[in-house]
Design a protein around this ligand. Sequence first.
Ligand SMILES: [Zn+2]
Ligand SMILES: [Zn+2]
Length: 340
Amino acid sequence: MTRAAVLEAPRRFEVAERPKPLPGPGEAVVRVAATAVCHTDLAIYTGRHPGVRYPVVLGHEAAGIVEAVGTDSRIGVGTRVVINPIIACGACDCCTRGDENLCRRAGLLGRELDGSLAEHVVLPERYLHPVPAEIGLEAATLIETLATVHHAQSRVSISPGDAVVVLGQGATGLLHTQLAKLAGASPVVAISRSAWKRDLARRMRADATVDPAGRDIVAEVLALTVGRGADVVIDTTGAPGLLRPAMEMLRPGGTFLLYAISHEPVPDFTTFPMYYKELTLVGSRALVPADFEPAIRLVAAGAVDLDGFITDSYPLHRAAAAFDDYERDPDRVLRTLIVP
Ligand SMILES: [Zn+2]
Ligand SMILES: [Zn+2]
């Protein structure tokens, strides 16, 4: 048998005993070492995520160890792995183009399929990426998030010397700050309301941090870029009210990367700056399998600093408390870990 934390309905977890999954051809059973919980999980937990059917086993940012494999599997039992949770059909026009993240029949592990808040999860082995020994399995849960950040930055070109502004310094904002520095951006300006996140951003090599409270962030960015404006602005907050200031702080010809999104209408917005400043607005969704290898390499080499990202850890049977605490004070959390 194996245990899973089943979300029966919004805000109602039950830990259930289930038969241990068996691997089919080309599949592997992973003994989950840890799962990191993010805003997507919180939205499913609270019932705010559209189109989710309950009951569901959450969890899509996970690492573990291969425990059993089916016929035709090439991955070895005992391999330490991180999971790619973007389940794609492999056959539609988007998949054929290599855009598995845009698959017309895409699912997310832990949303359309039962996820990793469990002792075991079974998956086709193509969704498993081996993790070298120098990366701990708890830190490895952040590789999926780093892969989404890598994917997003691969959709904009950040060149050495570019001024980059990162709006929000949660887990994804801090990773964007680090990848922008690794691309040679200067200055990288990290904006966050939380003093402790600004401290982390400076430790992660942000050149300047700005507390937006009571400040004109457009004026701050213009001052930090000697009046030129930013080459690239990356939004990791999804706050609709930031679209206009983001466009105002961009230089003519600049690029706005909408990494975080919202269903809310955008207030006070016109398309005129798109013409006048010839701005580029870029969307980014999840990741493609090719984003895993560079993400794993960056962590293994120590180029990306993951210290401090895991702010809480709970055993599987306390999943309800983990989510309750997360919902009550989300600003305190970068990633909450759930450990079977
Ligand atoms: Zn996530
Ligand atoms: Zn597809």
